[in-house]
Ligand binder design. Structure first.
Ligand code: SF4
Length: 383
């Protein structure tokens, strides 16, 4: 079988990988956002045997392998299916992405809702590829900044609610089953009211139906997982969302973990262990400046990029206070919001942007890497 289709701009998956600057990008959605120790090992083997050896963690808590070829893709898929990292049914991947609030525990509402939704996955309306759902049913909301079109959350009064993206308030529901029923119904309303044209719920102009009143406030936002010890294990960060397979394998081998939960924050929760693995290539401290930096893959990994981003990001680490964004082009995939400092690639050179996005007007443009570093050094010295 050949990987197909590979349409640029398509939301890629494992069965529908995307052609990028360094080969095929294969995106894996770990079931319920969790991998067993054995699955982590299989993913590392897959990255090294069939890809570039790097594993990426995305802002939607997916895992990505890069550098896969047309020839190696079928064997990669066989391995991923064998280890239940990917369903053997390509149609299952067309169901909307489901993101769980990290640190969920077996039997809590987040886990229960996710299992119910899994069981009813075929009842969801077929929706555009980027549409996703967030199950964020802990006492505080932690996925509010993460992209999702439909959310199941806790209300200020402790009940559950279902909220459509773009609305500050949601609809209260009586229990987990009612939440799932409401969400399934909302997906059909979305499609029937023209959601395919809008593409995302946030852009969908149709008013919500009478049976989905937006009248219940969600709970207050909570903190994302801090690095270090956690009730469930330990939390480590991945520099710019990337880790070498050998680094991850070594981290697992040093600890007693049974499972790993992914997060949308470039962090992994290593469950059932109490020691931070002492491995280079992971972020272990909350003071690490790379946590405030965003960098997309850049060249040679992305076809749109004319500059390498991550080496520059490493060089700039700790230079500048506040948020830093290094982007391979004006699209700004790694960060859509403004950053205190943004460096954006264009035609093999760099533009320097202050308090802006990758497509904002630069204060200096057309710089080589060393010229860009000089400009940033002077700016940071004068501030
Ligand atoms: S910002 Fe540009 S270079 Fe970076 S990943 Fe997105 S499209 Fe590629």
């Amino acid at each position: 079988m050949s990987p197909s289709p590979r349409i640029k701009g398509w939301c890629p998956g494992a069965w529908r990988p995307m052609a990028t600057g360094d080969g095929l990008l294969v995106r894996v959605r770990p079931p319920l956002g969790e991998l067993s120790r054995e699955q982590v090992g299989a993913l590392c083997d897959a990255a090294e045997t069939f890809g570039s050896g790097l594993i990426e963690l995305t802002s939607r808590a997916n895992l990505q392998l890069r550098g896969v070829t047309d020839e190696s893709w079928p064997r990669l898929m066989a391995l991923l299916v064998e280890h239940q990292l990917v369903s053997d049914d390509p149609e299952a991947e067309r169901q909307p992405q489901m993101m769980l609030a990290p640190a969920w525990q077996k039997g809590d509402d987040t886990h229960t809702i996710a299992r119910l939704l899994q069981a009813r996955g075929s009842e969801l309306a077929p929706m555009p590829g980027k549409v996703g759902m967030a199950i964020d049913a802990g006492n505080a909301l932690v996925l509010g900044d993460s992209a999702a079109d439909f959310r199941i959350e806790r209300s200020t009064k402790g009940s559950l609610l279902v909220r459509a993206d773009g609305y500050a308030l949601g609809t209260a529901v009586s229990d987990t089953e009612a939440a799932v029923e409401q969400l399934v119904r909302l997906t059909h309303w979305f499609v029937d009211s023209g959601g395919w044209d809008a593409g995302r719920m946030r852009r969908h102009a149709a008013p919500l139906p009478d049976w989905a009143p937006a009248d219940t406030a969600p709970a207050s936002p909570g903190e994302k997982l801090a690095l270090g010890k956690h009730n469930e294990g330990v939390v480590v960060g991945l520099p710019f969302g990337r880790v070498a397979a050998e680094t991850l394998r070594e981290a697992v081998s040093q600890t007693s973990i049974r499972t790993v939960q992914v997060t949308p924050w470039r962090r992994l929760l290593l469950k059932d262990c109490d020691t931070l693995p002492a491995v280079d290539g992971l972020i272990r401290h909350n003071s690490d400046p790379r946590l405030a930096m965003d960098a997309c893959p850049g060249a040679p990994f992305c076809e749109q990029a004319s500059v390498a981003t991550q080496p520059l990001a490493e060089k700039l680490s700790g230079w500048v206070e506040g948020t830093v964004h290094i982007s391979g082009c004006a699209k700004g995939c790694a960060r859509q919001r403004s950053a205190a400092l943004c460096i954006s690639g264009r035609d093999g050179r760099f533009d320097v942007i202050i308090s802006g996005r990758a497509d904002s007007t630069p204060v200096k443009s057309g710089l080589t890497e060393s010229e860009a570093l000089d400009v940033i050094k002077k700016l940071s010295e004068s501030s």
